[in-house]
Design a protein around this ligand. Structure first.
Ligand code: AMP
Length: 278
């Protein structure tokens, strides 16, 4: 059955039973569909939101050119068993306008990695997610590990603001060659699409070198990126909660432009101790 499209808070308030929410910015791909399929059995009603959130884009970023594929998105939602697509107008999400808003301050975790490159990004992300939680009032919300720092910050926000929502993370869905699926991949020119595999290969190299410690993992990832001529914004090896890495469970994260599109990827890894004297 095709999903019902709703645009207002009043329509959302009429929903019955438990609610699972998958927030998206549309231009849906198999990564989004997996989140929806994962969310489907978690509640009576599955809501997917489609909203390109202006406040998470800085001036000069790709807000205007962000892909919008409404008809295809509805088909993807239907295929994934979505009951309700919430597609609000900007004025519904930002009744007081885009300036002069009460916004969620992401704190120190929002200032590192992506936050260093995009200083206002997570403020916009957390604000829109908090608004979506207030409007949809979900019991559970599902997000992708693809945006690992975003997922970590949403978990922190839910704890810090005492929001009664269970946050569930889902593994990254990849193309056959390892490239993490992303709405922005469609803007890769054919030669860039080939080079874009550099990110997942660099993560693989980092994971393989992890037993020699965090610096070795980072160096291996950087070397693989260099093989493809890709210069990253950052390659970071962190603890699972994005702090300093210690032996055991860790995360490796990369952001890099390949041509115009800016790509993100990350993977779990296990760190050994760095060799003595390194
Ligand atoms: P976006 O539409 O890019 O804002 O993403 C909406 C949700 O889909 C976020 O929770 C993302 O982390 C998630 N997502 C995007 N790409 C992928 C992917 N390749 N695999 C899994 N989840 C993803």
């Amino acid at each position: 059955m095709s999903p019902r499209v709703v645009r207002t808070a009043a329509e959302l308030r009429a929903l019955e039973g438990t609610i699972a929410l998958v927030p998206t910015m549309g231009a849906l791909h198999d990564g989004h569909v997996q989140l929806m399929k994962h969310a489907r059995p978690l509640a009576d009603t599955l809501v997917a939101s489609i909203f390109v959130n202006p406040t998470q884009f800085a001036a000069g970023e790709d807000l205007d050119s962000y892909p919008r594929t409404w008809e295809a998105d509805l088909e993807r939602c239907e295929e994934a068993g979505v009951d309700v697509v919430f597609a609000p107008e900007v004025a519904t999400m930002y009744p007081a306008g885009l300036d002069d808003q009460v916004m969620v301050d992401p704190g120190p975790l929002g200032a590192i990695l992506e936050g260093e490159q995009r200083p206002t990004h997570f403020r916009g992300v957390l604000t829109v997610v908090a608004k979506l939680f207030g409007l949809v009032r979900p019991d559970v919300a599902v997000f992708g590990e693809k945006d690992y720092q975003q997922l970590a910050l949403i978990r922190l926000m839910v704890d810090a603001l005492c929001l009664d929502v269970e946050v569930v993370g889902c593994p990254t869905v990849r193309e056959a060659d390892g490239l993490a699926m992303s709405s922005r991949n469609r803007y890769l020119a054919p030669d860039e699409r080939q080079r874009a595999v550099a990110l997942s290969q660099a993560l693989d190299a980092g994971v393989a070198a992890g037993s020699h410690g965090p610096e070795a993992a980072r160096a291996a990832a950087l070397a693989r990126l260099a093989d493809f001529g890709v210069v990253p914004d950052y390659v970071a090896v962190t603890s699972p909660d994005l702090g300093d890495p210690t032996p055991g469970e860790a995360r490796i994260l990369i952001a890099a432009r390949v041509g115009k599109p800016r790509l993100l990827d990350n993977r779990a890894l296990t760190l050994g101790r760095a060799p003595e004297g390194s």
